[in-house]
Design a protein around this ligand. Structure first.
Ligand SMILES: NC(=O)c1ccc[n+]([C@@H]2O[C@H](COP(=O)([O-])OP(=O)(O)OC[C@H]3O[C@@H](n4cnc5c(N)ncnc54)[C@H](O)[C@@H]3O)[C@@H](O)[C@H]2O)c1
Length: 537
């Protein structure tokens, strides 16, 4: 029989703690909610009230249940209130010294049998555990943001965590309606180890002026169906917390440069731009704590492209089914199409002249191709590079894709970019603009994450099922990395990752050997009946 935890203490009622209190109280557990001072306590209480009121307004919580939920929560300043708890969960800022001191204090205050849990995202649970006299009863209990919504809890056992403690905490997860995934103590566990490199890379893209914040977010949300874009997610997580997580991941995870926090992140934290909780981060919000955006200086001006007439005749350069798909979509929208086979990378003079002649009369030239070859190669071959943009339909075929990346090369004119946006509007697609780099926005951010997931599997840290579950239930992704790789095709993923690595030869970006081996073995995913998993029939 698993042990029941009937009274639980939650320490720190910020972004995560208030949500964790709600999870316990909603599921019939009495909670003692603790903060450092009266002001922080009031804020934590207000966080909880706002969240439960929202749930009532959305019809997800009965008003009577909300009142019962609040009746189960006692608020207190200081740890003395935790003398009778069965379990204490800390959600204080992500700093090792702070958490060690706090755990040592909890060890003195809480009853000898109580389990002590940390919600750390990236710190060593082992180092936190050994700050107490009961390391066998210390465990990682990593909730996801927002805690009442996300179903995943990573349950982290250290080398000294007692097996029955892990088992009891797993049963508690079931009682809370959560899915507990068991892992050992590695930086970032499953989900954050796969998430934070991606988030940091998105900040780097934005910082470099590669694409706007709106376009980076739209590329991931609409292109790959994620619940929110990376910069919006960073604002939700809190930039201070995200910065701390990256710092630890960098230190503990072998100094992978992709975890070295983008300089902009540090500057924003120093300037007090912490995201939603402070009212401003990458975006501006109507008030601190609000999820509603307020327009600011960086907000796009509606109709900026309207001055440009939509192109009537478009040259489509490319070969294969992708180019045919795009030509079909354009034709269906009433655009005249001049199709030209891909002259990119083929410097033969007659090829070049053929392309120039065919494209002489078109308003705009679009290059359709995989996100592996630079658009500029093809643009130069057309003889009129100023009029050439790349169009990358993200998320399947051109007919199905909702999002188009408009790729501007170093020679593309601003009017060609505007014309491409008009064209996308005529096609009913969302368009984003980016530079001419391998993977553009959406694949450049997605593929390294998929590759990291393969490396994680390869290292036997976790299973394909648990990794897929972690990303779906912890981050709200529509599919886990292995499901996605099997759908996209392992060969396609390998080609894009190879192009990304060729352009940026970071060791962490090298294609995972397991990915390469599966491709060599002909296991390309659903198409071939098997990839990471077998797909019968
Ligand atoms: N923000 C996220 O998305 C997220 C997700 C999962 C896990 N986490 C982890 O949760 C923990 C908390 O992160 P957060 O983003 O909620 O931070 P936060 O800054 O929003 O909240 C931290 C809270 O802890 C309180 N606090 C500080 N010292 C305290 C003490 N000695 N006693 C009691 N309360 C104290 C602060 O007043 C503050 O309200 C971190 O370990 C973080 O890595 C965060």
């Amino acid at each position: 029989m698993a042990r029941e935890f009937n009274t639980v203490g939650v320490v720190g009622l910020g972004t995560m703690g208030a949500g964790i209190v709600e999870v316990f109280a909603r599921n019939g557990v009495d909670v003692v909610a603790v903060e450092v001072d009266g002001a922080a306590l009031d804020k934590g209480r207000a966080n909880l009230t706002a969240s439960t009121d929202r749930a009532v307004a959305r019809g997800k919580l009965d008003p009577a249940d909300r009142d019962a939920l609040h009746a189960r929560v006692t608020f207190a300043v200081g740890l003395d209130a935790l003398r009778d708890v069965d379990l204490a969960v800390e959600a204080v800022p992500e700093r090792l010294d702070l958490k060690q001191r706090l755990l040592a204090e909890l060890d003195r205050v809480c009853p000898p049998g109580a389990v002590l849990a940390t919600n750390t995202s990236s710190l060593s649970v082992t180092e936190i555990a050994v700050a107490t006299e009961r390391p066998g009863q210390v465990i990682g209990l990593h909730f996801f943001n927002p805690a009442p919504v996300m179903r995943l809890v990573e349950v982290i056992s250290t080398v000294v965590t007692a097996p029955e403690v892990a088992r009891d905490v797993q049963s508690l997860c079931v009682r809370l309606g959560k899915v507990g995934v068991s892992v050992t103590d590695r930086a970032g566990f499953i989900a954050n180890a796969l998430l934070f490199g991606y988030l940091n890379q998105a900040v780097g893209m934005y910082e470099a002026g590669y694409a706007s914040r709106e376009d980076i977010d739209a590329a991931m949300q609409q292109g790959h169906g994620l619940p929110m874009g990376p910069l919006t997610l960073l604002d939700l997580i809190g930039l201070d917390t995200a910065y701390q997580v990256l710092e630890t991941m960098y230190q503990r995870g072998g100094h992978d440069r992709r975890h070295a926090a983008a300089p902009l992140l540090r500057q924003m934290v120093t300037a007090g731009l912490l995201g939603r909780k402070s009212g401003r981060g990458f975006y501006t919000y109507q008030a601190p704590g609000s999820s509603r955006l307020a327009p600011d200086d960086l907000s796009p001006v509606a109709g900026a492209e309207a001055a440009e007439p939509a192109p009537r005749t478009v040259g489509v350069v490319g070969s294969g089914s992708a180019a045919t798909d795009v030509a079909d979509v354009l034709t269906a929208a009433g655009v005249d199409v001049v199709a030209v086979a891909d002259p990119g990378g083929v410097p033969a003079a007659d090829h070049h002249h053929q392309a120039v002649r065919d494209l002489a009369a078109v308003d705009l030239v679009v290059v359709v191709g995989p996100s592996t070859a630079p658009v500029i190669d093809v643009a130069m071959a057309t003889g009129r590079p100023a009029d050439v943009v790349g169009l990358h339909f993200v998320g399947g075929t051109a007919a199905r894709a909702r999002l188009v990346e408009v790729v501007r090369t170093v020679r593309t004119s601003p009017s060609a970019v505007r014309a491409a946006h008009q064209l996308c509007a005529a096609l009913g697609r969302t368009a984003v603009t980016c530079g001419d780099r391998a993977g553009f926005i959406a694949d450049a951010l997605l593929l390294p994450y998929l590759n990291d997931a393969v490396r994680m599997l390869e290292s036997n840290y976790s299973t394909a099922d648990d990794i897929d579950a972690a990303m779906k239930l912890g981050c709200g992704y529509p599919a886990g990395p292995f499901e996605l790789l099997d759908t996209v095709g392992l060969d396609v993923a390998l080609a894009v990752q190879t192009a990304i690595h060729r352009e940026l030869p970071e060791p962490g970006l090298a294609p995972a050997p397991l990915l390469r081996n599966l491709v060599t073995a002909g296991r390309l995913g659903r198409r071939t009946g098997g990839g990471f998993r077998d797909h019968a029939g």
